[in-house]
Design a protein around this ligand. Structure first.
Ligand code: ADP
Length: 437
């Protein structure tokens, strides 16, 4: 039998160098293919072909392990064969093969420790030879690889035509290819896992949103009937103290109803896409004032607004309503009773790219150390606050959904100013578009 050593004394040195170069470029190809594609499975056939041709092998293959209790079963999962070499991929003997039980315990012992096995089959233990010769293998190299620290399988290179030996440089290059395959599988596995987790998270999120929405929605109906019944009862001939009790109940029910409304706003904001329409700021503000300032408290407040809307402004009206509603109700809630009049001023300036809203009041103000937290969920900056601490959190979520930003400035005891920027979603073909610079 003729023996060859690539790069050895029996072959031409030039041929050996060329073959090594060829092998290195096949390994480089494998690295590139495995790194650039997230899906190693789609690349593996071509990688095996390139490695097989470059290493002058008859057959290149990947065995994949599975564990069943203590048993290690291995299956021929991918294969490339040189022309004229019999393929083994359909061979039932190499499917879920318990290699430990068919004389290959030595392979398990060595490869599970990361060691490769190579050489002339004639020099292998007799048990191994029978099985290998059935597949016409004369010499081989098998290299284990690991995924997340676990022995995943091995890649093998058979030579069926002649006996060949492998130089350490060649073995090193093939080992590099094997470990790159392990890394590519690991990366793909974690991507798939992340995708599954992401989908599950999204599903849970949707379900949670829907749950919050339905519960909040259903809770409002009985609250509104309690309020209705109290209104009727108050018209009855009742004592002063009963009147007081009823107004206390009403206050609590209203507070609960406001809380539920806030949760509904939050839920709607996360579920529903923005719907853009032309915004008339003055109407929006007038409506909110009418809704929020009770007639008997009108004299306490002076609301002024200055709107310079030379261009049409488009955004989501319901969301803008939530923003103004929260800012206005805070300005009313946190008025400074020591000042002769509570002033609320709103300045709005819009252009083609967006609008800037400055919402200012001369209320109690916010202490400096609270400023960075007031947009946090359930954060309240004063002991006296009766709200839930959700309003500004929702406001910021809504502003974010519109693609804008909101900031606060305040001097405790003097004023609070919110500065909000929201992009203009005016359609490109809008009539007044021609006027824009
Ligand atoms: P709340 O439901 O308590 O009003 P918000 O999230 O709307 O919750 O506001 C958070 C905290 O920020 C409030 O508890 C209050 O202390 C402070 N705050 C918000 N707006 C103003 C304002 N215009 N003037 C003074 N303090 C304010």
């Amino acid at each position: 039998m003729r023996k060859e050593t690539a790069g050895g004394t029996h072959t031409n040195l030039n041929d050996a160098l060329k073959q090594r170069e060829h092998l290195l470029s096949a390994v480089a190809y494998s690295a590139k293919a495995l790194l650039s594609s997230g899906d190693w499975g789609a690349q593996i056939d071509e990688i095996l072909r390139q490695l097989g041709e470059a290493s002058d092998s008859s057959r290149v293959y990947v065995f994949q392990h599975e564990r069943e209790g203590d048993k290690l079963l291995t299956t021929l999962a991918y294969e490339w064969c040189a022309p004229g070499i019999s393929a083994q991929i359909q061979n039932p003997d190499v499917k879920r093969l318990e290699i430990g039980a068919v004389g290959f315990q030595r392979w398990i012992d060595l490869m599970s420790k990361g060691e490769l096995i190579h050489g002339d089959v004639e020099n292998f233990p007799a048990d191994e030879q029978d099985f290998l010769k059935m597949q016409e293998i004369k010499s081989l190299v098998v290299i284990p690889f690991f995924v997340s620290g676990r022995w995943w399988g091995f890649i093998g290179f058979d030579q069926c035509v002649r006996v060949r030996e492998w130089s350490s440089a060649e073995l090193g290059a093939l080992q590099a290819a094997a470990s790159m395959l392990g890394s590519a599988i690991e990366r793909r596995d974690s991507e798939v896992l992340m995708e599954i987790q992401f989908n599950e998270l999204q599903k849970t999120n949707h379900e949670l949103d829907f749950f919050v929405y339905s519960v909040s929605h259903d809770l409002r109906a009985p609250l509104l009937s309690i309020l209705g019944l109290i209104n009727i009862a108050e018209k009855e001939n009742i004592s002063k103290s009963q009147h007081e009790y009823f107004s206390m109940i009403k206050r609590s029910v209203n507070k609960l109803d406001n809380f539920i409304k806030e949760i509904l706003d939050y839920s709607r904001n996360s579920r529903i896409k923005p719907q853009n329409e032309r915004i008339e700021f003055s109407k929006l503000i007038d409506d909110i004032c009418t809704r929020l300032i009770p007639a008997d408290a009108m004299h306490l407040f002076k609301v002024t607004y200055n709107i310079s809307d030379a261009v049409e402004f488009y955004s989501d009206k319901k969301r803008l309503d939530i923003i103004f509603n929260n800012l206005m109700s805070n300005a009313l809630k946190f008025r400074d009773a020591n000042k002769s009049q509570s002033l609320i001023s709103i300045d709005i300036e819009s252009n083609n790219s967006g609008c800037k809203i400055i919402f200012e009041d001369n209320g109690i103000g916010i202490e400096e150390h609270h400023l960075q937290n007031i947009f946090n969920m359930f954060y309240r900056a004063t002991e006296s606050a009766t709200g839930s601490g959700l309003g500004l959190y929702i406001t910021r979520e809504v502003v974010n959904k519109l693609g804008g930003s909101i900031n606060v400035e305040s001097v405790y005891g003097e004023f609070t100013r919110f500065i909000c920027r929201i992009p203009n979603q005016k359609p490109k073909n809008s009539e007044s578009g021609k006027n824009y610079s």
